[in-house]
Design a protein around this ligand. Structure first.
Ligand SMILES: Cc1cc2nc3c(=O)[nH]c(=O)nc-3n(C[C@H](O)[C@H](O)[C@H](O)COP(=O)(O)OP(=O)(O)OC[C@H]3O[C@@H](n4cnc5c(N)ncnc54)[C@H](O)[C@@H]3O)c2cc1C
Ligand code: SF4
Ligand code: SF4
Length: 461
């Protein structure tokens, strides 16, 4: 049986929509009752499922990130098991303060997409912005103005199903912006589909911790005083000049109002990414942090020397000569600021991510296998022995929070009761925090150690 069926049966579908595009819509991808997209395989025959399996990022029939990057990424001078192939690694940001204000981090993702448009390398950019269908969706931008109007991170479930079917065959060239599994899915599609292969010419990856269902935006907004039915728009990354870059605000806009209500994200239940609330189950089975199949990857430089600056700093990993050149030209013209980093720096900037997605993944795979569950093929081996007992408990408790958050939020919505959610999620959070405390102090100690040794060496500029 094609393993895409196992992906969907086990709720490992991330909703990317590659199966839908590959089968000309025979497999619909719909928003489910928990607020994330997933494929509906009912009534689909075996040959169609077999075609879809080849492009599903979690199916056994699809190539993994190493094989895809070998096939599609230009030979690169460096390879690192944490980052993939790469040419250069930098910390950086756009030089314009106004531009930075409207971006999530250093603004280099939208800057790079804009440079591709300006340089005539592409006719359009496929990226996520505010939409009519839910708060966010994939859309097309053909001008700098349209592209720049839709910046900042959307921690929100979307799908490529419609937009890729829309552009397929229009003879135009596009850059695609996406989280690593979406980039992988699009690469797999291109390997099977010569039309899309000619059209998708640049892949801009976003470093990814995990994806959230629509409930994440709703819960945070609800806590700022905007109930789900009144919610017009959200802003996941409002920069706060009096705090460090990681302590940004969340903003919510009520229908019919022009006044954004903001609260520090960390002060809201669900705002702590370590808790994994509303994380998609697919993300429990993912080992790609730096979008290894993308031509370039952008993330936040979560290193002490950059975190201090509230304006935000990107980490940028290039894997394509043209993108490397555009970056270097931007630096030479003073449009952007750049500073070289090492692979260790890049990896340290995503410490929690690696713990969750490498050692955490090993534990989750081992747990599932011991319960007789089907699991996708991963580059990480199943193991419960690679972590301390404390860490083991933390990994398992985070998974329980994720699972419980979806069901509890559904009930909270039915009852129109925010406190139903907050009261019932609390015991899960307390259990998690009991086992995270010693690990937190250990991490704080090593972070301070890194900070004081780096402070002497680096000055940003
Ligand atoms: C789900 C998710 C999880 C993330 N997790 C991490 C993490 O753990 N660590 C980390 O360092 N960085 C993470 N990032 C990346 C980070 O939030 C910033 O998006 C990144 O640093 C780029 O910032 P920027 O200022 O360069 O982007 P901007 O200049 O603001 O431009 C962002 C561009 O990305 C597009 N975009 C936004 N959201 C999406 C989306 N969901 N799918 C496709 N396109 C999108 C926008 O349309 C815009 O073109 C995550 C991003 C997402 C979407
Ligand atoms: S291709 Fe994407 S949408 Fe389809 S089943 Fe796989 S993960 Fe889900
Ligand atoms: S964590 Fe992995 S599976 Fe989840 S959205 Fe990010 S790239 Fe996709």
């Amino acid at each position: 049986m094609p393993t895409i069926s196992k992906v969907v049966e086990n709720a490992i579908c991330v909703g990317c929509g590659a199966c839908s595009v590959r089968t000309d819509g025979a497999i619909p991808v719909r928003l489910n009752r928990d607020g994330y997209f997933s494929a509906d395989l009912s009534g689909v025959d075996q040959p169609t499922l077999a075609r879809a399996s080849q492009v599903c990022p979690f199916a056994h029939e699809a190539a993994d990130e190493d094989a895809i990057s070998k096939a599609v990424i230009e030979p690169s001078p460096f390879t690192d098991s944490r980052i993939g192939r790469y040419r250069t690694i930098h910390a950086g940001r756009t030089a314009s303060s106004d531009y930075l204000q409207g971006s999530s981090s250093g603004g280099l993702t939208s800057w790079m997409a804009g440079r591709l448009l300006e340089a005539g390398e592409v006719d359009g950019v496929i990226h996520v912005g505010r939409g009519d269908d839910g708060l966010f969706c994939y859309q097309l931008s053909h001008s700098l103005q349209a592209l720049r109007a839709q910046r900042k991170s959307a921690y929100y479930s979307t799908t490529l199903a419609q937009v890729l079917q829309q552009i397929r065959g229009d003879e135009r060239r596009y850059a695609l912006v996406g989280v690593p599994c979406f980039i992988k899915a699009a690469r797999l599609l291109c390997l099977e589909d010569p039309v899309l292969d000619r059209q998708l010419v640049f892949f801009l990856g976003l470093v990814c911790g995990h994806l959230k269902s629509a409930a994440f935006a709703e819960l945070l907004a609800w806590q700022t005083g905007v109930a789900p039915d009144e919610l017009e728009a959200v802003d996941f990354r409002v920069k706060a000049p009096d705090r460090d870059a990681g302590q940004y605000d969340f903003g919510a806009l009520r229908k019919g109002s022009t006044e954004w209500l903001t609260r520090p994200t960390q002060s809201l239940r669900g705002g702590n990414w370590g808790h994994g609330m509303f994380q998609l189950n697919a993300c429990n089975y993912c080992d790609d942090i730096f979008a290894e199949t993308a031509d370039v990857a952008f993330g936040d430089a979560w290193l002490p020397q950059y975190r201090q600056d509230w304006r935000g700093t990107n980490i940028v990993v290039t894997r394509h000569a043209i993108l490397q050149r555009l970056l270097e030209e931007g630096f030479a013209k003073g449009e952007i600021e750049l500073e070289e980093l090492s692979a260790d720096d890049a990896s340290n900037s995503q410490g929690g991510n690696f713990r969750h997605r490498r050692e955490g993944l090993a534990v989750r795979l081992a747990d599932d296998i011991s319960h007789g569950k089907w699991v996708p093929n991963k580059r990480v081996l199943p193991s419960v022995t690679a972590v301390t007992t404390q860490r083991l408990a933390l990994i398992r408790n985070r998974r329980l929070i994720s699972e419980a958050s979806h069901a509890l939020y559904r009930k909270a919505r039915e009852r129109s009761s925010l406190s139903y959610f907050l009261d019932n999620i609390e015991p899960y959070v307390r259990r998690y925090e009991r086992c995270s405390r010693p690990a937190f102090y250990k991490r704080l100690y090593s972070r301070l150690k890194r900070y004081f040794s780096a402070a002497g060496k680096r000055v940003y500029g």
